[in-house]
Design a protein around this ligand. Structure first.
Ligand SMILES: Cc1cc2nc3c(=O)[nH]c(=O)nc-3n(C[C@H](O)[C@H](O)[C@H](O)COP(=O)(O)OP(=O)(O)OC[C@H]3O[C@@H](n4cnc5c(N)ncnc54)[C@H](O)[C@@H]3O)c2cc1C
Length: 303
């Protein structure tokens, strides 16, 4: 129920206006979003670096409706890549193709993606591609194939919840793809996605094993202790040491586990969202964990 209300809230422009214009709400959002400006995200990355943790910078905003919005995102990502290099941070950038105009003009999206990949490679910053809702998956996989052929360090997020993901990965196997395995953050119909926790976990475990066998440098984007434990076991079976795979966390979530993994010699990277379009991101995180909603509401009423 809470989940449905939050999914509705995520899509409501009116509520979005009211919440994002509220200065107290903006401050409360800081628990999960580094800030609205690039320099705030870079400062967050530097603070993580001092704890031995790498970063992934994500400019919030998705589903742009015109190409000027996409152009602005390209400029921000290029600035982010240059600033990461200038500050010598162990950080990457992660992009959403819908933010680059995928649903407005595919050719323009391809040109935008190519430009970001080339500019980021020129300053030595790897690029990751987020996975969005199921309607965008086939095209995102196709564009990743081209991106990874030109820039092999490019990483693609894939969703364990989606029924099609094993087939998508088999089709990419010849590339030995770099993948970030996640459960999937979008509400999807039964025909496209597993719905139950146990089924999603089962597919996540299957895909974890697959990635150790057929992928390169696998990354696991999860806060789920059971799946973290499975990744350790799969790594041991594949003869991989703690530095040969990576755990990725969302900013502000499971800081205890992040530190525990670093202390035991594992590679950890935190995904740092920044930018003014923080509202849909925040509501998705609250839908995943209603305790976050309580945290946010308490901050709003100053308790
Ligand atoms: C680095 C990273 C990148 C991601 N990229 C994508 C992407 O490209 N596309 C996509 O669809 N999804 C993406 N996701 C989101 C992902 O799909 C899940 O929605 C999200 O990670 C929650 O699933 P979980 O595996 O952490 O397990 P859950 O079962 O949701 O959580 C397990 C435990 O982790 C803790 N936890 C989980 N979520 C929260 C939270 N919001 N607040 C506080 N504690 C929490 C709780 O202790 C919980 O019991 C990404 C996630 C990460 C970590």
């Amino acid at each position: 129920m809470v989940n449905r209300v939050l999914m509705w809230a995520a899509a409501s422009p009116r509520l979005q206006r009211q919440v994002t214009q509220n200065p107290v709400a903006r401050r409360a959002a800081h628990r999960f979003v580094a800030g609205e400006r690039l320099d705030e995200a870079l400062d967050a990355a530097a603070a993580l670096a001092s704890r031995g943790i790498g970063s992934i910078l994500d400019l919030l905003g998705e589903g742009v409706t015109d190409l000027s919005g996409a152009g602005a995102a390209v400029a921000e990502y290029e600035a982010a890549a240059k600033a990461i290099a200038a500050r010598g941070l162990d950080a990457r950038i992660s992009i959403k193709l819908s933010q680059l105009g995928q649903t407005v003009d595919r050719d323009a999206c391809v040109a935008n993606l190519t430009e970001i990949l080339d500019q980021a490679a020129a300053v030595g910053v790897p690029v990751e591609i987020d996975m969005e809702d199921s309607s965008l998956v086939p095209d995102t996989v196709a564009l990743f194939r081209d991106a990874a052929t030109a820039h092999p360090q490019t990483r693609l997020a894939v969703q364990a919840a989606l029924r099609r993901t094993p087939v998508d990965l088999e089709a990419l196997a010849s590339l030995r793809p770099r993948v970030r395995l996640v459960k999937g953050a979008y509400a999807e119909p039964l025909e496209h996605a597993h719905q139950g926790k146990a089924e999603i976990r089962a597919q996540y475990r299957y895909l974890t094993d697959w990635l150790f066998e057929h992928g390169s440098d696998p990354a696991f984007g999860t806060h789920d202790d059971e799946l973290v434990a499975h990744a350790h076991q799969a790594a041991a079976r594949a003869g991989k040491g703690p530095q040969e795979y990576e755990f990725q966390f969302l900013y502000g979530i499971r800081r205890d586990l992040q530190q525990e993994l670093v202390d035991s010699g594992h590679r950890v990277r935190v995904y740092i969202p920044f930018g003014s379009a923080w509202y849909p991101y925040l509501t998705r995180r609250m839908a995943e964990r209603p305790a976050n909603l309580l945290f946010f509401l308490r901050a709003l009423v100053g308790r």
